[in-house]
Every structure is written in C-alpha cells, then in structure tokens.
Ligand binder design. Structure first.
Ligand SMILES: Cc1cc2nc3c(=O)[nH]c(=O)nc-3n(C[C@H](O)[C@H](O)[C@H](O)COP(=O)(O)OP(=O)(O)OC[C@H]3O[C@@H](n4cnc5c(N)ncnc54)[C@H](O)[C@@H]3O)c2cc1C
Length: 258
C-alpha cells in the first residue's frame, strides 16, 4: 500500500504554440522546467484535462508509477503520446496529436491554445534495439516515434519504413539514413483502422537474409496483432527481434479516466 508521503505531484506543462503539420496532425509545443521536459518522453503518459477546464484537479503519481486519482469527478483522462522533440535546455517538448474525433486527447489538442495545461505522469522508451536492418511499421499515431527512430538511427542502418496515412497530404518529411526506404501507403477514403494495408505490405515482404533484423510496429491493435503473428512465424523473430504494440483500438477509448 502507498503511504501519502510516497505520492508526488504530476509535472504540468503549458502550451506555448500550436501548428497544423498536415490536415489531421496538430503539433503542440509545450514548455516546462528542464527536468520535466527531459522526463516527458520519448513515450509519455499525458493527463488531458477537459478542453474547457482552466483549473483541472490533477492526480498524483505513486513511487511505482501508478496514477492515484483524486476522489470524485475530475475530468482528466490518461493517454499515451510520443514527444516528437524534447529540448530540456529551451524547456520545450513537441507532441503531434492526430485529430481523429471527439476522444478527450484529440478534442483537447483541437482546442488547445497558448496557456492551456497538460499533465505528465511518467514516460518510457521506444523499446527499440539497434540493428543493422530495421523494419518500421505504423500509421499517423506512430509517425512521431518512427521519425525519432529514423533520425537517431546509425547512418549505416538499412531497412524499410511502411507508413499508412490518409493520402499524400498527410505525408511528412523524414530524416532517414540513406539505406532506409520510406514507403507511404494511402488509405484513400477508407476510415483509419479499417484497411489491411500495413498487414498486406508486411505479408508481401521477404525477410532479409544474413542481417541482424529488428522490427518495430505501432498502429491500430488488430493490424498490429496480425503483423506480430507474421513476424513471429514467417520472419522467425523472437522477443529480442521485435516490438509490436497497439497504439489505439478501433471503437474503444484508450484508458478509463480513473
Ligand atoms: C506508446 C504510445 C504512443 C502514442 N503516441 C501518439 C502520438 O504521438 N500521437 C498520436 O496522435 N497518437 C499517439 N498514440 C495513440 C493515442 O494514444 C490514441 O489514438 C488515443 O486513443 C487517443 O486518445 P483520445 O482521447 O483522443 O481518444 P480515445 O478516447 O482513446 O478514443 C475515442 C475513440 O477514438 C478512436 N480513435 C483513437 N485513436 C484513433 C485514431 N488515431 N484514428 C481514428 N480513431 C481513433 C477510438 O477507437 C475510440 O472509438 C500513442 C499510443 C501509444 C500506446
């Protein structure tokens, strides 16, 4: 059991600016102390207040990372995001939010302006293992992670990134090692989470031979499950050879508001 002294307050970041990266991706730049910024990623648990709540009742965080919610109604939702850029010296974090509908996080990002608040309740790494040949598979929600992985990869890295987006207007410039190819897959008018584009694209690949392979996958849960099965069976990748997690689930909110 957690004693009251084991709880710490969450870090609260303040929005400095917002910008549209593509028609459906909104980049929110937040500011905070250098320590809070350094601790806000690469993957980050954000606490999203209701868009119209200027004085949210934040939870606290236990020593084991558990979020301890205040009693009663608080209107704050816990979600997972990726810091696309962290600059502790300037005290700035950038998060790209996909505007997909009326979930708490998408709504918050659509309405957020300078001065809006976002809580941070812990962070994690991208679960990447450096390898000579990388397979990266994702959609708009994992594009911030894929962009960080590619930008930080050794220049000698080879491989392929498969990224599903709605159309050419949703493609983003990526800094990649010269040996990595980026292939954009367009959904067209099909809603997100209802195509098999990523699953089919991985199924059509021949696993490279004689390479140290690592596969990283982040997309809608059903697609990730199918790709994970392919990577484990046909590609023969064990636990150390891949990381594949659902970034969102069609028809399901991500986490209870507590
Ligand atoms: C480790 C990790 C990192 C992530 N990083 C990012 C990131 O940097 N940027 C980002 O935008 N997302 C990211 N995601 C995905 C994001 O957490 C989910 O999309 C989340 O569901 C959004 O919360 P919400 O409150 O807007 O919607 P929720 O309340 O969770 O869901 C409401 C409804 O919206 C649907 N929905 C959720 N996401 C989408 C979507 N992308 N397209 C269509 N429908 C959707 C759900 O199925 C549900 O029906 C990340 C997820 C994980 C696990």
């Amino acid at each position: 059991m957690t004693a009251p002294g084991d709880l710490r307050n969450v870090d609260v970041l303040t929005v400095v600016s917002v910008a549209s990266v593509t028609p459906t991706v909104r980049r929110v730049t937040l500011t905070g102390s250098p320590e809070a910024v350094a601790a806000a990623g690469p993957t980050v648990n954000v606490l999203v207040p209701r868009a119209d709540d200027a004085a949210p009742r934040w939870p606290q965080v236990a020593r084991d990372g558990r979020v301890v919610w205040p009693a009663g109604s608080h209107g704050v939702a816990l979600r997972s995001y990726t810091a696309r850029r962290q600059d502790p010296e300037r005290g700035e974090v950038e998060i790209d939010f996909v505007l997909h509908g009326d979930g708490p996080a998408a709504s918050w990002a659509a309405a957020a302006g300078p001065g809006a608040l976002l809580g941070v309740a812990g962070s994690g790494d991208l679960a990447l293992r450096p390898a000579s040949w990388l397979l990266l598979v994702g959609d708009e929600t994992s594009l911030p992670a894929i962009s960080r992985i590619l930008a930080e990869a050794e220049p000698t890295t080879t491989g392929l990134a498969l990224v599903e987006v709605a159309g050419p207007e949703e493609e983003q410039p990526l800094v990649t090692p010269p040996g990595v190819t980026v292939r954009w897959l367009h959904r067209g008018g099909t809603p997100p989470g209802e195509t098999t584009l990523l699953v089919d694209a991985v199924a059509a690949l021949e696993p490279p031979t004689g390479e140290d392979v690592f596969a990283w996958v982040g997309a809608e849960s059903a697609a990730v499950r199918a790709i994970r099965t392919d990577l484990r069976s046909r590609w023969g990748l064990g636990r150390a050879g891949h990381h594949a997690i659902g970034y969102w689930r069609r028809g399901r909110a991500m986490a209870p508001a507590g």
